[in-house]
Design a protein around this ligand. Structure first.
Ligand SMILES: [Zn+2]
Ligand SMILES: [Zn+2]
Length: 160
C-alpha cells in the first residue's frame, strides 16, 4: 500500500473514531437529560407526599400513599435503566460487590477482586486507547492498571 493510501486510510479511521465518540457523547448527554427529568419528577412527588400528609394530618393512619410511592419507585427504576444504558454506551459495567465502574472486558474487579459479571462486548469494538501498564500480574501476566488492588484477569491480589 502506498504512502498516500495509508495516509487516507488513517484519516478515514480517525474520523470514524471521532464520529463514534461524538455519537457516544450525544447519546450519554441525552440519557443524562432523561435522568434529570426523572429526578425532578421524584422531587415533585416528594412535595406531593408532603402536601398529602399535611392535608390529612388528622387522619395520617388512614392515608394511602401507595400510589405516590409507586410513582417514585417507577421513576427510580427508570433512572437505573437509563444508567445501565449509559454504561452500555460507554462500554462499562458495575462491580456487583463494591459498585466500582469497570471496563466491560475485565473478568475481575480491580478494586475489590470480585469476579465481574460477564458482558458481551461487540466484536467490532476497537480496543480503548492503551495506557502504559505499570506492572503485570505475578499469577497470570495480565498488565495491571495503576492503583489496582486486584488483577482484572484472574482476581489475584496485587502486592506492592
Ligand atoms: Zn469490586
Ligand atoms: Zn492475574
Amino acid at each position: 500500500m502506498g504512502f498516500f493510501d495509508k495516509l487516507s486510510e488513517n484519516i478515514a479511521n480517525t474520523s470514524k473514531d471521532v464520529a463514534k465518540k461524538a455519537n457516544e457523547i450525544a447519546k450519554v448527554t441525552g440519557l443524562n437529560g432523561q435522568i434529570s427529568s426523572q429526578e425532578s419528577l421524584i422531587d415533585g412527588v416528594f412535595k406531593e407526599i408532603g402536601k398529602l400528609v399535611y392535608d390529612n394530618k388528622d387522619n395520617i393512619a388512614g392515608l394511602d400513599l401507595s400510589e405516590v410511592i409507586g410513582k417514585i419507585d417507577a421513576a427510580k427504576a427508570e433512572i437505573e435503566r437509563l444508567k445501565a444504558e449509559i454504561r452500555t454506551v460507554k462500554g462499562i459495567k458495575v462491580c456487583e460487590q463494591c459498585g466500582e465502574e469497570i471496563a466491560d472486558e475485565v473478568a475481575f474487579c480491580p478494586k475489590c477482586g470480585a469476579k465481574a459479571p460477564v458482558v458481551e462486548v461487540p466484536a467490532e469494538e476497537a480496543p480503548a486507547e492503551e495506557a502504559a501498564p505499570v506492572a503485570t500480574c505475578k499469577n497470570c501476566g495480565n498488565p495491571l492498571e495503576a492503583g489496582s488492588a486486584f488483577c482484572t484477569g484472574c482476581g489475584t491480589k496485587v502486592e506492592e
